[in-house]
Design a protein around this ligand. Structure first.
Ligand code: FAD
Length: 258
């Protein structure tokens, strides 16, 4: 139908509102659902906050927001979910306004409110973190561990992502696809892209699929004709270029405070 065609020609870009919405929901809803956060789960939380602080500059330069939350719990051996909620809230109040949008789904908006939204936002955030990380830590200055961001993502999904099935699948896939053997920051971008495509393939046609946003092997030929060679094999150089262009936050170098 005409509507389906319209959906396919939508620009493939990242909306700041989606990044803000996902971070807001994650910090103010998903993490506080935990009773007490300690040990490996607490370590995962600290890694996640550090990744946000360094590689997710919000529009008004408020990556210091994430840093402040991290600093407040850095010496803790544990924190209750409800106390984390209070901390996040009071920090946001002190630094207001942390967000510059109304945190409504834009590119992640489903054709019905039960579809898309948060999980779409999480993928968007994760791809943004891996590309921003690569932008700041170029191959030549490989001072940092190439798996640093993938570990933070892995920890978040393992210990906090409320969709238990998703979490289990992801952790298994991470093991199968050898997440911790990734050798470079560019490879970490491609690792996440490949993993996401595996999920797209596995759940394509499920009841959770938004009929207006069918699961594809991403990116589409429409958005990136050069991403596939003549024999339909991926051209990884072009895929990488496409992902960097889409997901790298233009403010990342300017705002990087690490
Ligand atoms: P999403 O798949 O959420 O993608 C969001 C956006 O990312 C797309 O609109 C597109 O612009 C872009 N994109 C798509 N593919 C790629 C790619 N390969 N590389 C880079 N960018 C891409 N649902 C289940 O039913 N079962 C599961 O096991 C499951 N596991 C999940 C695991 C994780 C870690 C996450 C974050 C989500 C998982 N989900 C799972 C949810 C599912 O993957 C989708 O997020 C959800 O169905 C919403 O889909 P969507 O159409 O908004 O697109």
């Amino acid at each position: 139908s005409i509507m389906d065609t319209v959906v396919n020609v939508v620009d493939d870009d990242v909306a700041l509102a989606d990044l803000e919405a996902v971070v807001y929901y994650s910090l103010e809803h998903e993490i506080p659902l935990q009773k007490t956060i300690r040990d490996l789960q607490l370590a995962a939380l600290k890694n996640y906050l550090a990744a946000l602080a360094e590689y997710l500059p919000l529009k008004n330069g408020k990556s210091t927001y994430f840093r402040a939350i991290l600093n407040a719990i850095n010496e803790n051996d544990s924190i209750k979910g409800e106390d984390f909620y209070k901390l996040v809230n009071s920090t946001a109040e002190k630094m207001s306004p942390v967000y510059t949008t109304n945190q409504q789904w834009v590119r992640c908006k489903g054709s019905n409110p039960r579809l898309r939204g948060y999980p779409c936002g999480l993928w968007t955030l994760f791809h943004t973190l891996t590309t921003n990380y690569a932008a700041v830590n170029s191959e030549s200055t490989s001072i940092n561990s190439p798996t640093k961001i993938l570990s933070a993502i892995h920890g978040y999904v393992k210990y906090f992502f409320g969709c238990a099935d998703c979490s289990d699948h992801f952790v298994n896939m991470a093991e199968q696809l050898k997440i911790f053997q990734v050798k470079s920051v560019d490879e970490s971008i491609l690792w996440l892209w490949q993993a996401h495509n595996e999920v797209n393939k596995r759940i394509s046609g499920d009841v959770t699929e938004d009929p207006k946003f069918p699961k594809i092997q991403y990116p589409s030929k429409f958005h990136c004709p050069q991403c596939r060679d003549n024999d339909d094999e991926w051209n990884l150089t072009q895929v990488l270029k496409y992902l960097k262009k889409k997901y790298t936050n233009p403010d990342v170098e300017y705002n990087n405070i690490s």
